[in-house]
Design a protein around this ligand. Structure first.
Ligand code: F6P
Length: 341
């Protein structure tokens, strides 16, 4: 059997480890032939592939990014669709696909499966917001990078007696903010799931300052303060059609400074959180997911995805990942809130 692998959507540390796991087990255990689609669904729509023998994946588990490239192309748009894809698969002799991606990719995979394409999924997002899997690879690396950066912000904040605000990724959920904020001992953590007022944030900042600390605030990019409509102002559109702006941290800084009288600086960590070497945890998780994905192929479990349940890799329907984000539950936020003072 010949299998095409694609990585789609935003990149994420661990993607190469998934590819390597799939290629090594796929060739050794099942005698599969693997090829990679270049740049996600773009390569699928255009039939643009590269061979993936064992030698192509040597030493890549520790490399950031994806050797295949990625894009946010939608397989049902841009001249795509099931018939075009089937034509290319026939021409290239590809029998089935492994799609590594987030909710959009897995939703597209489900539609393609319903149109008769043999496909299995591997869940991916640094935000850790996919339901039906306990953790996604990339999240641990993003938390590690964010924590290290926030630790650095703390020492400059302490030197200048300033309040430092670190903005981390998390469009819809605050997992990175929660974990990096807890690990770095933040005095306030702000996440999209829990709206709090500027008054309350200023209270936490003041409390830390009064105790002789340099206040440290960690905010997820999707956080909206209570009483504010949206943090976004008019500065063009980003990949998702959202208005582009400086970021919520930059909007909060002058507000906090005005409320507390404490000099405040904002830092947006941005794509640094998605780049570079994955942690050992992410390499192991990603490798196991890649190997389990070729098990799914060998077992002809079309329309399923591999997922982490506790410490086990299990197989669930693609639909399980869709329609509901895994948000930070109230008790996890209440737990960390105790630490703010
Ligand atoms: O979904 C992952 C994510 O990293 C979000 O946290 C962030 O908002 C978005 O991707 C950034 O996307 P892009 O790389 O297209 O700017």
């Amino acid at each position: 059997m010949k299998i095409g692998i694609l990585t789609s959507g935003g990149d994420c540390p661990g993607l190469n480890a998934v590819i390597r796991g799939a290629v090594l087990k796929g060739t050794a255990t099942y005698g599969l032939e693997l090829v990679g689609y270049r740049d996600g669904w773009r390569g699928v729509i255009e039939g643009d592939v590269v061979d993936l023998p064992r030698t192509a994946v040597r030493g890549i588990a520790k490399q950031g990014g994806t050797i295949l490239g990625t894009s946010r192309t939608n397989p049902f748009e841009d001249g795509g669709g099931p018939e075009v894809i089937k034509d290319h698969m026939g021409r290239l002799g590809i029998d089935a696909m492994i799609a590594i991606g987030g909710e959009g990719t897995l939703a597209a995979a489900k539609r393609l499966m319903e149109a008769g394409i043999k496909i299995v999924g591997v869940p991916k997002t640094v935000d850790n917001d996919l339901d039906a899997t306990d953790y996604t690879f990339g999240f641990d690396t993003a938390v590690e990078i964010a924590t290290e950066a926030i630790d650095r912000l703390r020492t400059t904040g302490e030197s200048h007696h300033r309040c430092m605000i670190a903005e981390v990724m998390g469009r819809h959920v605050g997992w990175i903010a929660l974990h990096a904020g807890m690990a770095s001992g933040a005095h306030a953590i702000l996440i999209p799931e829990r709206r709090v007022s500027i008054d309350e944030i200023a209270g936490w900042v003041k409390l830390a300052h009064d105790r002789g600390r340099a206040p440290l605030v960690v905010v997820a990019e999707g956080f909206v303060p209570e009483g504010m409509d949206s943090p976004y102002s008019e500065r063009g559109l980003d990949t998702f059609g959202r208005p582009r702006l400086g970021g919520i941290a930059e909007q909060l800084a002058p507000e906090i400074e005005a409320y507390t009288g404490i000099e405040t600086r904002a830092t947006i960590l941005g794509h640094i959180q998605r780049g570079g070497v994955p942690t050992a945890f992410d390499r192991v998780l990603a490798t196991r997911l890649g190997m389990a994905a070729v098990d799914s192929v060998a077992d002809r479990r079309w329309g399923t995805m591999v997922s982490l349940s506790g410490t086990d890799i299990v197989h669930v329907g693609l639909g399980a990942a869709l329609g509901r984000l895994k948000t930070v539950p109230r008790h996890r936020y209440d737990e960390v809130r105790v630490l703010f003072g």
